[in-house]
Design a protein. Structure first.
Length: 141
C-alpha cells in the first residue's frame, strides 16, 4: 500500500486541491497495476506555530511522508525515478505558493506486517492481485 501523509500549514490546499491530488496519486499507482484501494492519502493540517524547520517556526510548510509497502524500488536508479515522479506530482500543487517550504521522503516498509480487511494482500503481480485491482476490493484468494 502506498500511504501518503501530507502534513501542511493552513491555506496550502483547498478541498478541491486535496481531491485532485489524491486522485492523481491513486491514478499513478493504478497505472502500474496496484488496486486503487491500496492508495491512502491523509491530509494533516498543522498550525504554523506547530511547524518548525531548522528550529524556527515556519509560516507555510508541507512535509510529505510516503510509505511504500506493496512495491519496493530495486535499485538506486528506480528510486531516483520515483523521487522525480513524486516531485512531478507535488510540484504543481506546491510551487505556486511563494515562500512555501516543502519536502518529502519515502520509506519502503516490509509487507510482512500488512493486512487489508484482515487479509494478507496477494503477491505483487499475481492473478489474485489483478483480481483485486479489477474488482477494486479485497477477496479471499
Amino acid at each position: 500500500m502506498p500511504l501518503w501523509t501530507i502534513h501542511h500549514t493552513p491555506a496550502v490546499f483547498t478541498a478541491d486541491d486535496k481531491h485532485q491530488l489524491a486522485a492523481r496519486i491513486a491514478d499513478h499507482y493504478e497505472k502500474v497495476g496496484l488496486p486503487r484501494f491500496y492508495v491512502v492519502t491523509l491530509f494533516q493540517e498543522t498550525r504554523p506555530e506547530d511547524c518548525y524547520v531548522g528550529g524556527e517556526p515556519t509560516r507555510a510548510g508541507v512535509r510529505v511522508v510516503i510509505d511504500h509497502i506493496a512495491r519496493h524500488n530495486p535499485d538506486q536508479e528506480s528510486r531516483r525515478r520515483t523521487a522525480q515522479w513524486i516531485k512531478g506530482i507535488l510540484g504543481p500543487h506546491l510551487e505556486q505558493h511563494t515562500g512555501l517550504h516543502w519536502e518529502f521522503h519515502v520509506d519502503e516498509t516490509s509487507a510482512d506486517l500488512w493486512m487489508i480487511n484482515g487479509i494478507v494482500p496477494p503477491p505483487g503481480g499475481s492473478e489474485a492481485e489483478r483480481t483485486w485491482a479489477r474488482e477494486n476490493a479485497t477477496s479471499v484468494y
